[in-house]
Design a protein around this ligand. Structure first.
Ligand code: NDP
Length: 273
């Protein structure tokens, strides 16, 4: 019997996940379906109950339900617990397993796809919301030398750094304000939602140099304002399309135990943006 999966959000029409998972399923010969599921804003738990009753095997979860998914999970992966948010649910053995593959997606895209190892590097994360939180554990697992979190609301960055202090394992972990940045970083990850509004956090030009990889979690047909600013100051840039595909590949692996190939899909999606 075909195993059923879906992506849950509100709105959901914009989600690229069905086309990504259809390619993964065809490529790996998995008998599964994957559709969009619009959940009412106040009806996430009811939606999950219905999906479980109908025999679904799992779901991806997107805005605004990643916290609801965290709360409804009866078992969590370490990375979901650390992130405080869930983007992947698996319904199996009578439980709702919650995982978070967003951070693994960022790291896979930077390390594997862009070919930039993070070990021993100086990293700057801009933002301290859900996406930044989700990236912390996977980034620390790569053993960077320095990890600085800068956020508009300084207290949120301080809390994030305090939460992960015991997991830093030799990495110098600290928080700062955007305007405090005084020297270039090897990798700068924009995990703010500023790009959605066409703005950039007020970071100084000195944040970037010729050796910097500037990564924006957002993606669009054209480079984001953050990418343009970073490129103007010498950095190599990368958007969040690869992260999207890699977090999906990681979710696919959680569900099916098979790791799909991502490079051709990424090229095809890029050409259709
Ligand atoms: P949250 O709402 O949880 O966090 C938003 C963050 O952005 C906060 O740190 C907030 O700061 C900061 N921020 C918002 N507006 C501004 C601004 N104008 N200037 C400076 N900082 C700002 O969002 P998420 O963490 O869920 O998402 C962040 C980004 O990551 C989004 O663009 C999203 O699309 C992208 N994303 C991409 C994915 C992919 O697969 N490519 C997956 C997940 C997310 P403050 O604390 O001060 O409010």
């Amino acid at each position: 019997m075909t195993d059923k999966y879906c992506v849950i959000g509100n709105p959901i029409a914009q989600s690229r996940s069905p086309e990504i998972h259809a390619v993964f399923a065809a490529q790996t010969g998995q008998d599964m379906s994957y559709e969009r599921c619009l959940a009412p804003i106040d009806g996430f738990a009811d939606t999950i109950r219905r999906l479980v009753a109908e025999g679904y095997k799992g779901s991806n979860v997107t805005a605004p339900f990643k916290l609801d998914a965290f709360r409804i999970a009866t078992r969590l992966s370490d990375r979901a617990r650390a992130a405080g948010a869930v983007n992947t649910l698996a319904y199996r053995d009578g439980e709702i397993f919650g995982d978070n593959t967003d951070g693994a997606g960022v790291v896979a895209d930077i390390v594997r796809n862009a070919g930039v190892p993070l070990a021993g590097k100086r990293l700057l994360v801009l933002g301290a919301g859900g996406a930044a939180r989700g990236a912390m554990l996977p980034i620390l697992a790569e053993h960077p030398r320095t990890l600085v979190v800068a956020n508009r609301t300084r207290a949120t960055a301080d809390e994030l750094v305090a939460q992960f202090a015991s997991l830093a394992d030799g990495c110098s972990l600290s928080a700062c304000n955007f305007e405090d940045i005084a020297a270039p970083f090897d990798v700068v990850i924009n995990a703010t939602s500023a790009s959605l509004g066409g703005t950039i956090p007020p970071i100084p030009a000195v944040t970037f140099c010729q050796d910097t990889l500037a990564f924006d979690m957002m993606y669009a047909k054209n480079p984001t304002v953050f990418m343009e600013f970073a490129a103007a100051h010498g950095a190599t840039t990368r958007d969040g399309l690869g992260m999207l595909v890699e977090q999906a590949a990681e979710a696919f692996f959680v569900w099916r135990g098979v790791r799909p190939e991502t490079q051709q899909l990424l090229k095809d999606m890029r050409s259709k943006l």
